[in-house]
Design a protein around this ligand. Sequence first.
Ligand SMILES: *Cc1c(COP(=O)(O)O)cnc(C)c1O
Length: 369
Amino acid sequence: MSDQHEPVPFLDLAGVNGALRAEFERAYSEVLGHGRFINGPEVGRFEAEYAEYCQARAAVGVGNGTDALELILAGLGIGPGDEVIVPANTFIATAEAVLYVGARPRFVDVLPDTLLLDPDAADAAVNKNTAAIIGVHLFGQMVDTDRLLEVTRKHSLAFIEDAAQAHGARFAGQRAGSVGVAAGFSFYPGKNLGALGDGGAVVTQDAELAAKIRRLADHGRSADSRFHHDLRGRNSRLDSVQAAALSLKLPGLDQGNAGRVRAWEQYVNELPPTVRPVTRHPKAEAVYHVAVVEVDERDKVCTALDEAGIGWGLHYKTPCHLDSAYSEFKESLPVAEAAADRILSLPMSPTLTERQVSRVCEVLRSVTA
Ligand SMILES: *Cc1c(COP(=O)(O)O)cnc(C)c1O
């Protein structure tokens, strides 16, 4: 096959998981053997490993990343009457979590260079009902936690991290998940650390909050007696098979992230000037969950990528405050709105090769010249 026409998938999930196939099968067979599909020993083991990886006290495995955020809010007692600041440019799940505990999302604008939550806009949006700010570490880059912590301290708000796209990322040397009151991680298969199905975790330095969230996620079961429920909880648990798979994948996370960084740096060097990569804050060590650039004639570019067999995505086509289910929150957030028409996510995988990145850049050069 000529490398001129090599297709480039948006994310090579088979490549990511294929190398561990035999180990996954052994782990599944072990769980099948002991039969503790829920709350098996694999779960506690992964929780301890992941907390340590994140430089945090505790991790609580939950059903998915959206539940992780919802359970953090519930664990902090945030609900009806409260407002929670979220960026307009994020996956819709960030806002869903706020609505599901009965609070109101307050959408704020993002910075034009990183497209991450603007700390000054967050500061300006605080009112007497504000209970928390969710800083979303979007695209694999952590928000400016120095500035956001100043804002949350000034107003006595909780700083919650949405770290669903940032496993292993750092800001000023500190890992995602170690900075806020708590962080929500997703292990959706396509995330930097992905399970073989849905999964998520709450990561926190606060052991008491972790214990409460663990109980909330397990029907509010009493810590002293499994036959009593002294909290009104729900069901959201990481299962043993997913935990086992995550333990097998965690040791390869840093290497996978390094592959993403290499690919991103090559994009930055080889992209034509008409394709502008989002910027990295000097203190941020990003893990490039997705490779986001801005282009002017996006439809034309996407058609050319389709014709060349190159995968692409949009993160995100519609800012949350303009999405149809969220019309009551409609307002003007100009940076996020302008970016939504220009952003484009290029192929990104831990296994993306130099040749594949060159091929993508070549097609982009030919279409935007
Ligand atoms: C994936 C994602 C979530 C939700 O995670 P799920 O596991 O899919 O529920 C939340 N926030 C962001 C920014 C995400 O990318």
